[in-house]
Design a protein around this ligand. Structure first.
Ligand code: NDP
Length: 390
C-alpha cells in the first residue's frame, strides 16, 4: 500500500484528490489529511479514508475537530507547526494543495522526509523556488507538477532532450473579464470576479484568474520548475481551456497537451506517474468543440503579467514579496476594502518599496527570510489600504 498525505484536503484540489484515492481504497494508506475552517469535511474524509492524523490550520477549531473525530482513533492537531509535523510523517506521496504561502513550510518538510511532492500549491515555487529544488535534491525527493499547465509541459517533455526546448507556452482562459471593456474593470465586483468560464476552482484562484495573477504566478512557477529563461516562456489566451500548454522544439515542432478542463487529469497523472492509468474524466470531442482560439494577452487588461516578468528578472525574495502582496491585496478585495484594479497597483507599489526601502529583497533565500519578508509585504499592503481609505 502507498502511504499518502493530502494537505489542503478540504479544498477544491484536495477533494478531487480524495475522489481519485477513494475509488481505490485498498491501494492507499492515508497518513495525514489537513484543512482549515471546514472541520466537518475534514473529519468526514479522515474517517472515510482512515487517516492516522487530521490537522486544522486553526488552533481555535481544534476542539471542534476533536469532537468530530471522537471515537475514531484518529489523532487531531492544529496550527502551522502541527501542519509541518504532519508533513514530516513518512509518506510516499504528498499532495500539496493548501492555498497560498502557508503551503511552503509543510511542502519543505515533506521533501525533507523524501516524499514525492505533488505540487498544486504554486506559491511554494514562486516564494522559494531555488530553496525548494535544492531541498528536494538534497533529500532525494521528487517534485511533480499538478497545476494543469505545468503537468501539460511535463508531459510534453517526456522522452525529449531538454536542450532541444526552444520555448514553453502556457495557456490562460482569460478569466471572468476576458471580454469586458478595460474601462469597466475598475468596477468589477467580488461576485463577478469569482465566476470562472471553464474551471470549477476555489474562490481565491478564480479571482486570481480574472486578474491573471494566477497566470503571473504560473509564469514564475514555470521558470523555477523547468529551469528555463523567462524570455522563452510565453502566455497565450485560449478561451476554451482545452490546450493546457505547448512546448516548442528547436526543429520547429510544437508538442501540445490537450484535455477536458478537469483537475483530476493532472492530479491523476501525478498520482500514478510514471504510469498512465484510466481516469474518470470526460473525453475530448474536438469535432463537437469545432474551434480552438488563441490570442496574445492584453497587457493593459492584465498588468499582473508585466509584474511577474519583473519578478522573474529580479529573483531573490521578490517572488515571496510578489505573492504575499498579491495575497493580502486579494484579502482586501474580497473584504471589499479595495477595488479590482487596486490589487495590481498595490502589488507594484510594494515591490517598488522593497527596492527603495530595504535590503530584504537580496537576503538569502531561507524559510525564515521568506516568512519575514512575506509578513512585511502584507503589512505594507495593509498600510497602503489604510492610507487610501484616509
Ligand atoms: P481552496 O481554497 O479550494 O482550498 C484550499 C485548502 O487550503 C483548503 O483545504 C483550506 O482549508 C486550506 N487552507 C486555507 N488556508 C489555510 C492556511 N492558512 N493554512 C493551511 N491550510 C489552509 O484552494 P484550491 O484547491 O483551489 O487551490 C489549492 C492550491 O492549488 C492553490 O495554491 C492553487 O493555486 C492551486 N491550484 C488550484 C487549482 C484548482 O483547480 N483549484 C488548479 C491548479 C492549482 P478550508 O477550506 O477547510 O478552510
Amino acid at each position: 500500500m502507498r502511504k499518502v498525505s493530502i494537505f489542503g484536503a478540504t479544498g477544491s484540489i484536495g477533494q478531487n484528490t480524495i475522489d481519485l484515492i477513494a475509488r481505490d481504497p485498498d491501494a492507499y494508506d492515508v497518513v495525514a489529511l489537513t484543512g482549515g475552517a471546514n472541520i466537518e469535511q475534514l473529519a468526514r474524509d479522515a474517517r472515510r479514508l482512515k487517516a492516522d492524523v487530521a490537522v486544522t490550520a486553526y488552533d481555535t477549531r481544534l476542539d471542534d475537530l476533536r469532537t468530530a473525530l471522537a471515537g475514531s482513533g484518529i489523532a487531531a492537531a492544529s496550527g502551522q507547526a502541527a501542519l509541518t509535523e504532519a508533513a514530516a510523517r513518512p509518506a510516499d506521496w504528498v499532495m500539496s494543495a493548501i492555498v497560498g504561502a502557508a503551503g511552503l513550510a509543510p511542502g519543505l518538510a515533506a521533501l525533507k522526509q523524501g516524499a514525492t511532492l505533488a505540487l498544486a500549491n504554486k506559491e511554494t515555487l514562486v516564494c522559494a523556488g531555488p530553496l525548494v529544488l535544492e531541498t528536494a535534491r538534497a533529500h532525494g525527493a521528487r517534485l511533480l507538477p499538478v497545476d494543469s499547465e505545468h503537468s501539460a509541459v511535463f508531459q510534453a517533455l517526456v522522452g525529449e532532450d531538454p536542450r532541444a526546448v526552444e520555448r514553453i507556452i502556457i495557456t490562460a482562459s482569460g478569466g471572468a473579464f476576458r471580454d469586458w471593456p478595460v474601462s469597466e474593470l475598475a468596477n468589477a465586483t467580488v461576485e463577478q470576479a469569482s465566476s470562472h468560464p471553464n474551471w470549477d476552482m476555489g474562490q481565491r484562484i478564480t479571482i486570481d484568474s480574472a486578474s491573471m495573477f494566477n497566470k503571473a504566478l504560473e509564469l514564475i512557477e514555470t521558470k523555477e520548475f523547468f529551469g528555463i529563461d523567462p524570455s522563452r516562456i510565453e502566455v497565450l489566451v485560449h478561451p476554451e481551456s482545452i490546450v493546457h500548454a505547448l512546448v516548442g522544439y528547436c526543429d520547429g515542432a510544437v508538442m501540445a497537451h490537450l484535455g477536458a478542463p478537469d483537475m483530476r487529469h493532472a492530479i491523476g497523472y501525478a498520482l500514478h506517474w510514471p504510469d498512465r492509468r484510466a481516469l474518470p474524466v470526460n473525453r475530448l470531442d474536438l469535432s463537437q468543440l469545432g474551434q480552438l482560439r488563441f490570442a496574445d494577452p492584453d497587457p493593459e487588461r492584465y498588468p499582473a503579467l508585466r509584474l511577474a516578468r519583473a519578478v522573474m528578472e529580479r529573483g531573490g525574495l521578490s517572488g515571496a514579496i510578489f505573492n504575499a502582496a498579491k495575497e493580502r491585496a486579494l484579502d482586501h478585495f474580497i473584504a471589499r476594502r479595495i477595488r479590482f484594479l487596486d490589487m495590481a497597483d498595490m502589488v507594484a507599489s510594494v515591490l517598488d518599496r522593497f527596492e527603495t526601502d530595504g535590503s530584504h529583497i537580496d537576503a538569502p533565500l531561507s524559510l525564515d527570510n521568506v516568512q519575514q519578508t512575506d509578513h512585511l509585504a502584507r503589512q505594507w499592503v495593509d498600510e497602503a489600504v489604510v492610507q487610501r481609505a484616509g
